[in-house]
Structures are given as C-alpha cells and as structure tokens.
Write a protein that binds this ligand. Sequence first.
Ligand code: C2E
Ligand code: MG
Ligand code: MG
Ligand code: MG
Length: 284
Amino acid sequence: AVKTAGKGTYRYFEPALYQRRLAKLRREAELRHAIGHEQLVLHYQPRVNAATGEMTSMEALVRWLHPVHGLLSPGEFIPLAEENGSIVALGGQVIEMACARLALWKKQGLAVVPVSVNVSACQICTGDVSRLLAAALQRHGLDAGLIEVEITESATMGEGSTALAALADIQALGIDLYVDDFGTGYSCLAELKRLRMDGLKIDRAFTSRLLNGPDDRALFTAIVSIARTFGMRIVAEGVETAEQLQALQHYACDEVQGYYISRPLPAEQAGALLGRKSLFVEHA
Ligand code: C2E
Ligand code: MG
Ligand code: MG
Ligand code: MG
C-alpha cells in the first residue's frame, strides 16, 4: 500500500508531457515486440459485386491482440508504426499472414478470392514491397492475381519517381493496385491517370452522403465517370444500409464493401463465406 501511495505521489509531480512520452515509448516497445510475437491478427472483410453480391475479394485488416488491452484496431497503432518506421516490419508480416491464409484456404479446397492488403506510403518508399510480395507469393505457391494492394491517395500524391517505380514494380508482378479512401485527401483526378491504378475505392464519407441531395450525387457521378474513363474498377466503401446499396447499384459502382454486407471477420468465419453464391441473400 505504501509503495502504491508513493508511486501515485511521484506521478502527481510528473509533467504531463513526460508521462505521455513515457506511455508512447512503452507502446512503441510493445508494438515492436508484438510484430515478432504473433500478436498481430488479420480480419477479413468481403468485397462483393454490386449487382450480384458475389464475393470478389476480401480486405485484410490488421488488429493487435494486446496482452493487456485486448483487441486493438489499426487506428490505435498504425499511426505510431508509421511514425517510428515499424510499419515496414508490420506490413511485411501482414503480407506474409495474408498469403499464408490464402494457402491454407486453398489447401482446404475452398474457392478463394483475392485478398487485398493495405500498404502505407513508408512501405512503398522503401522500394522493396514488390520483392516482398513476390517472395511471399512464391513461398506459398500463390498466383499474383490472388493479392491486391490498397494505397491511400495521400500516400501516392506528389510522390517522386521512387514511389512511382515501386508501384509499377508491383503491377508488373500481376498485382492490381487500388487507391484507398479516395476523396479524403487532396483529390486530384489528373493524378489518377498518372498513377494508372487498377481500381478506386471511394471513401465511405461519399457513400454516406450519396443520399443527401443532388450536389453529393453529382460529385459521386463525376468521380465514377472519370474513373470509368481511365478504365478503373469502382468500389464503394462503408455501405451500411439497403438504401445506400440501392443507390450505388443505380450509380453503376462495380463493387461494394461495408457493414451492410459484412463486418470484417476473423479468418475462420471469413473462410466460411468462400464459395457462397451471393452475400446479399441474407438480407433478401
Ligand atoms: P481502410 O483500408 O479504408 O479500411 C476500411 C475501414 O473501414 C476498416 O476499419 C473497416 O472495418 C471499416 N469499415 C468497413 N465497412 C464499414 C462500414 O460500413 N461503416 C464504417 N463506419 N466502417 C466500415 P479498420 O479495420 O479499423 O481499419 C482502419 C484503417 O487502418 C484502414 O482503413 C487502413 O487504412 C488501416 N489499416 C488496416 N489494416 C492495415 C494494414 O495491414 N496496414 C496498413 N498500413 N494499414 C492498415
Ligand atoms: Mg483499405
Ligand atoms: Mg479501404
Ligand atoms: Mg478506405
């Protein structure tokens, strides 16, 4: 009891800033440890054909199974990992886990769909993501078509030739690239042409505003038509209601993803959805 009181008193006099720095250092050390010790897990969220509900892909979304704090969502540790560079190791592990899971699903005789992995700007700039991807695919005996890569707009905008070359290297493997969260950053439609991405994931902010009124609808239509002109696949994120899905079908989105179709699921549950004709039937 004396010790606790003493500790408490000591803390009371610590400047708040110092406390925060300590907490951050601790979290950083924990994260570095987590990467090497199987505390990271992937959940998978289906992406489906907007017209039929057939699964076209699954997005791998990382979680940290923290020994004390439980399951942490990426928003709670990805920014830190990006800041201190451990995102490179973390991202490497995500690629490895996604490929290992695909190989397992194949071994189980399941009708696999491509898994889409999120890649940070820092990873792109190291320049060897494509080698990492190629090695993981080969190690697990997978076709390059079974992996897709999502990169946020801000990660690609205004990047120099290194980033562009890295993106081209990934595509050269036969891996499709998607712009993630389109519309949240400094959207520049001309940039889409320069980057030659295969698909566009329209941020859920647009999906939720779609039913608001004519201005939002016009914006959405414009994005879709330009992406279409560039030959990109169009995916709407964050579909939460039947009304939103209907609107998206009307606006000719190719694919949709969101809680209305399925939440991100642990690998076992996600695997159980493989081979289904449609993920829409549940709501029918
Ligand atoms: P994101 O790539 O845009 O992924 C979609 C996020 O939206 C996920 O959050 C997903 O759970 C959530 N979401 C899906 N459908 C709905 C919906 O209908 N409504 C709402 N409100 N949300 C929905 P999550 O899993 O928390 O991931 C957040 C972000 O963290 C991701 O956004 C991505 O940018 C990043 N992230 C996740 N995994 C990785 C990773 O392995 N590497 C990197 N670099 N970033 C990752
Ligand atoms: Mg994503
Ligand atoms: Mg996304
Ligand atoms: Mg997104």
